[in-house]
Design a protein around this ligand. Structure first.
Ligand code: ATP
Ligand code: MG
Length: 413
């Protein structure tokens, strides 16, 4: 995948709008890209809304340059130059009734104004005419951007009952932009929190991923707790601030999560769950349908934390094995987040990790093959013997293969 270039993305999004206009249709940038531009952020991607219907959009750009992405709702992606990516073009629409709490039963092609009204929050309901360079605002989105407010478009309760994913999106936008949630909208999130599970675990996890890797993850977690969404998505985490735990446990959890610089998702999750039993993390991760990698890494980090915390007291062979583990870096980041950078164990680990590899992880003096070649039959204590010889080597008690073989034979008898 070539890198996307923001200037090329933007130029291509302009070209898409121009092409539709030249063909006689309305074409406006819509939603997130307009919001991001007004916030002075670089849009991740551009969406174009138009009164042209999906088949027409494909004709205007040519079938070979378009992909029908949102089959059900007629979303057409137009393929741009390599560094410009895709622009999604969507016909202005209004959504019919929602009966599953997540997606409209059907959509009807409509006008720009109705298309603004079916969007979730006022800050996401803006259009921009890139030819006239003019914002088109049917929902009061500009005022809410200025006031840094996440406000549902229309009746908040109704909008959340249509699509419960919006409950989490409200929290994500408020946290990542450091906006407040308007009072009615916030009250509705609280009232409807228990209904979130109609949303698929994958979509919940995708929102959690974005919230937790973001620099404002603490705000996101606090909002999830305040709105009552946390007990619904992660009762294990909610238990930390609910009954039975001391108040400081929650404060310390938030502080640790907040100290992470640019964590990936498993590390951020581990920080949030570092006081839980690894089994709870497996339960949580299975509920969210995380990948095995994410689940196992998050659980491993939490499981190893008590050990690495005692780094300064550990026998060197034990610490050495941890320091050569594949995921030692995120483990040390977790330790630093929990204990602070002055922690003696953390300093020791960092110091040792800077050792030349030949010293940190010297090649073993004997291998299993060496033992077999010297007449030691592979058996059930083979591994233990090798480990003990390795420990002695790391401790500096052995320096030659002859000494190592002698110890192995002695242990075997
Ligand atoms: P980001 O991409 O940063 O998450 P975004 O606002 O672009 O933010 P998308 O999920 O890409 O979010 O959606 C694009 C636009 O589609 C939104 O700005 C919003 O107008 C509309 N939208 C997306 N999801 C919903 C939803 N669940 N309900 C109503 N409107 C939505
Ligand atoms: Mg987007």
């Amino acid at each position: 995948m070539p890198e996307l270039d923001p200037a090329d993305q933007r130029a291509f999004a302009l070209e898409v709008a121009e092409t539709l206009r030249a063909a006689g249709y309305e074409a406006l940038w819509a939603g997130g890209c307009v919001r991001d531009q007004l916030l002075g952020r670089t849009p991740k991607d551009y969406d174009v809304a138009t009164n042209a219907q999906p088949q027409t959009i494909r004709q205007v750009f040519g079938r070979e340059r378009t992909i029908a992405v949102g089959a059900a709702f007629g979303v057409i992606a137009v393929v741009g130059p390599k560094t410009a990516g895709l622009v999604e073009v969507t016909t202005f629409r209004e959504d019919a009734q929602y009966s599953d709490g997540r997606r409209p039963d059907s959509v009807t092609f409509s006008t720009a104004e109705h298309d603004a009204q079916r969007r979730d929050f006022t800050i996401n309901g803006l259009f921009y005419d890139p030819l006239a360079q003019r914002v088109i605002d049917y929902v009061g989105g500009q005022e809410d951007l200025r006031g840094q407010t996440v406000r549902a478009i229309g009746d908040a309760r109704r909008r959340f009952s249509e699509d419960k994913l919006r409950l989490l999106r409200a929290v994500r936008f408020a946290a990542t932009f450091q906006f407040s949630i308007e009072a009615e909208t916030l009250a509705a999130v609280g009232e409807m929190a228990a209904e979130l599970p109609v949303v698929s675990p994958e979509r919940i996890a995708a929102e959690m991923r974005r919230m937790l890797v973001d620099g404002h993850r603490v705000r996101a977690v606090e909002l999830l707790a305040e709105t009552g969404l946390m007990p619904v998505i992660a009762p294990e985490i909610a238990a930390i601030y609910a009954n039975g735990w001391e108040k400081s446990a929650w404060e310390e959890t938030l502080a640790a999560a907040g100290r992470l610089a640019c964590p990936d998702f498993p590390l951020a999750l581990a920080a949030l769950c570092h006081r839980l039993a690894p089994a709870d993390i497996h339960t949580l991760a299975r509920r969210w349908k995380l990948s095995n990698h994410e689940r196992e890494l998050a659980a491993w980090l939490v499981e190893q934390l008590p050990t690495v915390r005692r780094a300064a007291e550990l026998p060197w062979p034990v610490l050495q094995r941890l320091l050569i583990a594949v995921h030692i870096e995120p483990l040390l980041e977790l330790l630093e987040a929990v204990e602070g950078e002055a922690h003696a164990g953390l300093r020791l680990c960092r110091e040792r990790l800077a050792w030349p590899i030949a010293k940190l992880n010297p090649p073993p003096l004997v291998t299993g093959d060496d033992l077999i070649a010297h007449g030691l039959p592979p058996g059930k204590n083979f591994r233990t013997i090798l480990d003990q010889v390795r420990d002695a080597q790391l401790e500096g008690k052995l320096t030659t293969q002859a000494e190592a073989l002698a110890l192995a034979k002695q242990l075997a008898n």
